[in-house]
Design a protein. Structure first.
Length: 369
């Protein structure tokens, strides 16, 4: 069932991190700037090609291409251009709005028009690095792991206080890059290939401007990768997921490190989508690993129960949408802190093993019916 959307309302919901995620998904290799985001000119070039002259301005929520396109355009117009170049399809404004709304789990008013669901990985069908297919899907570009030797590996006392053991940090090559004052978090694919490095800034000012997490940029190389095409920690947890047939899908890398600290490597069944956006490809990866149940373990992004809290309504709708979308092929359950035993915006793992297990034992089936 297709849906109607208000363009301005939908655009106002999109945060800069979500714009970044779309540009990354479409092969723009984006990077944050003082004015917003700079990307390759995927508006008129194939993915991963073209110059870095496509700019997104947070002040106007508009793109400007300084090479081959005239005037400014918004994210929906860019999506239309992407569909033409990468999928050889002609989209109308509605198609672009529907795709973006579905990708981020936003709700619209139901209509009577039937639309075939767009799988996230289909956008990548024409990418150069996707010419070669493997049994588990897309082959992401690999970075030289020698860069990890350039970082220092001090104790991260704040993370240890939050329940992440020192040996777990070292096992996952969690380091520090003084150039940008960032904790470094390598991302590996299921076959232990280095496909990205995210930095967790320790600067309050940078965190407020660009977000706490962003791809590392060193000597002109940005160690980015499409977050919707990989799951953090799956390289470590895949065998345990196959044995238990259950996967815990968390939001952040830190949550996986906490989980591993609680239970040890031999019982680690955690993965992270690095946000709250679960793609079709994420679910396919977990199914390929033998998961029969996926436990959605999102942060407690609400302050009160019921319709008086817009965040509560949004999280509830997101969980129901994910259940409706995937439950036909895999069991979907969700941790939902109705008793509010964790702080606002806390991960289910932030308050220790005992609290996490309490939340896990009371998980729900997020069906809207």
């Amino acid at each position: 069932m297709s849906r109607y959307y208000n363009k301005d309302e939908l655009k106002s919901k999109l945060e800069i991190t979500q714009i970044y995620d779309l540009l990354e998904l479409w092969g723009g290799e984006p990077e944050y700037t003082s004015f917003g985001i700079k990307s390759r000119t995927i508006c008129h070039n194939p993915p991963l090609e073209g110059s870095r002259k496509l700019y997104y301005y947070t002040s106007t929520k508009l793109f400007v291409c300084y090479t081959g396109c005239s005037g400014s355009f918004d994210i929906f117009e860019l999506a239309i251009k992407i569909a033409k170049i990468q999928k050889e399809e002609t989209w109308e404004l509605y198609d672009a709005m529907d795709y973006i709304a579905r990708y981020f789990g936003f709700e619209g008013q139901a209509s009577i028009i039937d639309t075939e669901e767009l799988l996230d990985w289909e956008v990548f069908r024409r990418h150069k690095f996707n010419r070669k297919r493997a049994q588990l899907g897309i082959i992401l570009p690999e970075y030289d792991a020698a860069i990890l030797d350039k970082f220092s590996y001090p104790r991260i006392l704040r993370w240890e206080i939050e329940g992440i053991k020192r040996e777990v940090s070292l096992h996952n090559h969690i380091g520090y890059y003084p150039g940008d004052n960032q904790i470094t978090i390598p991302h590996y694919d299921i076959n232990n290939r280095l496909v990205g490095i995210r930095g967790r800034t320790l600067s309050i000012e940078d965190g407020e401007r660009y977000g706490k997490y962003r791809p590392l940029l060193i000597n002109g190389i940005q160690y980015s990768h499409p977050l919707s095409m990989n799951l953090y920690n799956l390289n470590n947890s895949k065998d345990n997921i196959r044995k238990s047939q259950v996967a815990i899908l968390l939001e952040s890398e830190k949550s996986c490190l906490q989980f591993s600290s609680f239970y040890g490597y031999d019982k680690d069944i955690s993965v992270a989508c690095c946000g709250s956006n679960v793609s079709s490809y994420h679910i396919e990866l977990l199914k390929k690993c033998g998961a029969k149940e996926v436990v959605l373990a999102f942060d407690r992004q609400f302050q009160a129960l019921g319709n008086s809290d817009s965040e509560f309504i949004q999280l509830k709708k997101k969980l129901i949408n994910l259940y409706d979308k995937y439950n036909k092929t895999i069991k979907i359950t969700a941790i939902f802190d109705k008793e509010m035993i964790t702080p606002y915006k806390a991960s289910p793992t932030d308050c220790g093993k005992e609290v996490f297990e309490q939340l896990l034992q009371t998980r729900i089936v997020p069906s809207g019916r």
